[in-house]
Design a protein around this ligand. Sequence first.
Ligand SMILES: Nc1nc2c(ncn2[C@@H]2O[C@H](COP(=O)(O)OP(=O)(O)OP(=O)(O)O)[C@@H](O)[C@H]2O)c(=O)[nH]1
Length: 354
Amino acid sequence: MANNSQLKHQHPFTSNHVSNSLEQTSRILNIASAAGSIAHFAFIFLFLYLDQTTLAWLNVLSLGAWLLTVRLNRLKQHNISILIMSAEVSVHAFFATSILGAEAGFQYYLWPMTLLIMTTPCLKITWSSAIALFHMTTFALLVLYYPSQQDTVTSLSSVLFIMNVTCASIPFIVAAALTRATYMSQYELMVKLAEKDELTKLFNRRFAIEALTFYMQQQSSNGTPFCISLVDVDNFKQVNDELGHNKGDEVLVKISGYLSQSMRKADISSRWGGEEFLFILPDVELPEIQQRIEAICKDLPNHVSLEEWQQIISCSFGLIQVKTNESLEQAIKRVDDSLYQAKKNGRYQVVSGH
Ligand SMILES: Nc1nc2c(ncn2[C@@H]2O[C@H](COP(=O)(O)OP(=O)(O)OP(=O)(O)O)[C@@H](O)[C@H]2O)c(=O)[nH]1
């Protein structure tokens, strides 16, 4: 987005995720400047109707300022644009309130302007806060010094008040909805990037380590047993070498899909690295789970195949029950040793460690 904003990126290239969230700020400012231009265009006629020629002329200038912000936003000059918006809203609130009185409600536009300046990261937070404070002080002083100008627009003041308060409130609702949508999409993205493996969509190694640490702590505090299984694809290099990396990836996706669906709901399926998967099997002792894992191992070739590949696709499994007070490294080493043994014994089997 902005060459002139807090959200500058160091590189000419940005990832789609980053540029999407930068574009969101741009979009909000574009909407704001378009809405401001339309409002001030309407105000010109409103003030002419109210016989307020000075205010009508002021709104011609205001309209010019808002159209300039439309242009500046197109040029990604968001920081200059927001300063112009802020200055215009303050000047307009001052003149309209000093002439028509606070009961006309034009000072309320200072609120959405404050919201805009605080939520869009165009200026440094100290500048945004200072300007926001200025708006709020201006609001208080206008209400204090120009509560009512009975002689100017008596009959229409309540209509004007309702119109202005309504129009000034709409940006709050829009901003809240946009903030919520942005927060949710950022949250989902964060979960995806922080916890999931891009290729297989299983949990990644970092998540698996955190989960392992959690179950180890749980076991040492209340004795809940759990097992882990480390799985490695057999002769996978051959698939890669003969069919190419893309077909190799396809096999990994199929295997991970079959394995994760075969596990219980409470089990955690993760991609440990390359062609290795780690499964955390909570609340279970080794003898209870052993048969199930063996069945999954035996059944795998019936579920995972490639048209171009005539040999069976299989995996070797290491399986252990994690001991109380064993360290994470020790547990990983033991399950890795079991897997190594399964490979050594001829692959396509489960070796349980004790
Ligand atoms: N397609 C693909 N291949 C990967 C990926 N990660 C690791 N590999 C490949 O996995 C293969 C692992 O080969 P090896 O460690 O020799 O193991 P193997 O051929 O499966 O033999 P065994 O484990 O002894 O049965 C290598 O060719 C890696 O390039 C990946 O994300 N995608």
